[in-house]
Ligand binder design. Structure first.
Ligand code: M6R
Length: 608
């Protein structure tokens, strides 16, 4: 996630770019910048911090000679959130400026070639390669240069690029990351999202993937990556501002649920090789050290703890290392046995949760090696850790974790396989099969999301149901726990997550007519037992909903079956949780609740 804005037209350029960036601040706000094209030079104004900090810098000087420009609000993926890494980026001569959203997966290879040919880099970003590559193509039109670069760059990305010699031209390009054009009268706008230009125009042009767009004050021309000109598709926007910020979704939570295919693809980007290996170059830990580990601890809170639960199954199964998992606020008080052969993994999407930070600091003080798994670059957890594995879910605004959870599951699966690879505990063929399954996940999650309307229909009469159970075994157990937590926190109903086999030891006394029991039965090696447990719930009057894989025969036990695409046990946790997120969402909205800001909760909890 990052926000891009571009403008060509007669208005004072900063009056368009800075408010446009403010409307995109929800996409990221660790640093921001603008490049203003005067026709003879670029005024480059960048800063770490919020758009308000950028605005103060812009307002401090006169920019009335600017003819056009591009701007950016950043959510860091490569390189710390500081002024040098803030966009726009430029080449050595300052002839080219570029802003970028997404990840250029092969940036390291591209950078290596550029450095060998004499280019000097000043930032740690993947984006800067584009500026140098455009500079190297001075003999091409800007559109041809960007098209050529799009054909070489791998991954999901959106770009806006300018040359100082052509102040009436912005070239935009899109693959995977969003980009739209706003059409004006004698002026045009380019942006990651509609709110950036909604106060100026309601006419827009859709840009599909693998398209390059030439934006001038009087024209917008669209091309494919072979250089063929295409007919632009025009749309009229009838959203209000708030709806526009949510991308047309009624809530941030629903938007974020639907962003999961993309978030997972970003989290996997560059981390799976063509030969079926896991590549964690960003995890800067010596393999010798990883081979010396004799015990693993995974520590987290809330939803992140459910990712830790899945991680225990994955790491134990794939590496044969013993794994202990702990709720962070409990960890220090049980006097855990740690030493320099212990590996501690702290999971926190925000990287600021004080319980998790206190726990990992305690572990570090005992000599343990620490890996942080965080969604926020340079978070306190990242700074505390010996090595960091970032999820790349983009900014999550809804208080209920959704896309940060599924990307945590993916990150822990990557880490589990990587440890197995380094320690030689899974043969390469088995790793390759799992890698191929991980590659399928973005598409499978998109398929799972298609059940939203059916789940809304299913839950329509449930606004007054007060008791829910979510049950599963093995890998389905953490999924059930997460389903229960989601429902509790946004729908304010009692929802228990339980190991399906444990119900008969007490909680089954609570099952009666009117209780909804959601069983998760995707883990094939325990599926028959889970189904038997669901029979026990049905016999006592429970309404049975079952999450099962598409091809599985789950008999007659369920009143409703929700299908998800088939995958191996543990990998399937990522798709299995999607119907539960949707279920909690639809129950909460049917109860008329504000799902983005549930009562009594905060997105980041910085108190013990
Ligand atoms: O930022 P963290 O992952 O450390 O946050 C941990 C919990 O506070 C968080 O997962 C919380 O449970 C969410 N509200 C779940 O939706």
């Amino acid at each position: 996630m990052c926000g891009i804005v571009g403008y060509v037209g007669p208005r004072p350029v900063t009056d368009v770019l800075v408010p446009g960036l403010a409307h995109l601040e929800y996409r990221g706000y660790d640093s921001a910048g603008v490049a203003l094209n005067t026709g003879t030079s670029f005024d480059l104004i960048k800063t770490a911090g919020r758009i308000a900090d950028l605005e103060a810098l812009v307002d401090a000087e006169d920019h009335s000679n600017a003819l056009s420009g591009i701007g950016h609000t950043r959510w860091a993926t490569h390189g710390a959130p500081n002024t040098v890494n803030a966009h726009p980026h430029t080449d050595e001569a300052g002839d080219v400026v570029v802003v970028h959203n997404g990840i250029i997966e092969n940036w390291a290879d591209l950078k290596k070639k550029l450095v060998e040919s004499g280019h000097e880099f000043i930032s740690d970003t993947d984006t800067e390669v584009v500026a140098h590559m455009v500079a190297d193509r001075a003999d091409m039109t800007l559109r041809d240069a960007v098209t050529d670069i799009m054909n070489q760059a791998e991954g999901a990305l959106a770009l806006a690029v300018m040359r100082k010699s052509e102040p009436d031209l912005i070239i935009g390009a899109r693959r995977g990351s969003p980009l739209v054009v706003g059409r004006g009268d004698g002026e045009n706008f380019l942006a990651s999202d509609i709110p950036a230009f909604l106060e100026h125009t309601r006419e827009m042009v859709i840009i599909e993937d693998d398209r390059v767009v030439e934006v001038r004050p009087e024209s917008v021309r669209l091309f494919d990556l072979e250089g063929n000109e295409l007919e632009p598709e025009h749309r009229k926007i009838d959203w209000d501002f708030e709806a526009a910020e949510k991308g047309g979704y009624p809530t941030f939570m629903l938007k974020e649920i639907h962003e999961q295919p993309h978030a997972i693809a970003d989290t996997l980007a560059g981390r799976l090789s063509e030969t079926g290996r896991v590549v964690l170059n960003d995890l800067d830990l010596d393999p010798v050290l990883l081979r010396s580990i004799d015990k693993v601890f995974v520590i987290a809170c809330g939803t992140s703890y459910h990712a830790a639960m899945m991680a225990k199954y994955a790491i134990e199964r794939w590496t044969r290392l013993p794994v202990e998992i702990d709720i962070a606020s409990e960890f220090r008080y049980r006097d855990p046995v740690l030493d320099d052969r212990s590996l501690v993994i702290g999971i926190s999407q925000s990287g600021e949760t004080i319980d998790t930070l206190a726990a990992v600091r305690y572990a570090k003080a005992q000599g343990a090696k620490l890996i942080g798994v965080s969604n926020v670059i340079d978070s306190a957890l990242a700074r505390e850790s010996h090595a960091v594995l970032y999820t790349r879910a983009g900014l999550e605004i809804g208080v209920a974790a959704t896309k940060t959870f599924t990307t945590q599951l993916v990150a822990m699966q990557l880490l589990g396989l990587y440890l197995a690879q380094v320690r030689g505990t899974l043969d390469p063929g088995a790793i390759e099969l799992l890698v191929r399954e991980l590659e399928q996940l973005p598409e499978q999650v998109a398929t799972a999301l298609e059940s939203s309307a059916a789940i809304e229909e299913l839950t329509r009469g449930w606004a007054d149901v007060r008791d829910y159970f979510f049950l599963g075994r093995s890998g389905d157990f953490p999924v059930a726990m997460e389903g229960a937590l989601k429902l509790k926190e946004i729908a304010y109903v009692r929802a228990e997550g339980y190991a399906a086999g444990e119900m008969k030891h007490g909680p089954i006394a609570l099952i009666e007519e009117g209780v909804v029991v959601v069983g998760v039965a995707t883990d094939t090696h325990v599926q028959a037992k889970t189904l038997s447990n669901m029979e026990e719930m049905k016999a006592r009057g429970g309404t049975i909903v079952l999450v099962a894989e598409e091809d599985d025969d789950v008999g007659e036990v369920a009143d409703h079956v929700i299908r998800v695409p088939s995958a191996s046990d543990l990998i399937c946790t990522v798709t299995a949780v999607i119907p539960l997120q949707l279920l909690s969402y639809h129950v909460a909205t049917a109860r008329g609740l504000d799902v983005d800001k549930p009562r009594n909760l905060a997105k980041t909890v910085t108190v013990e």
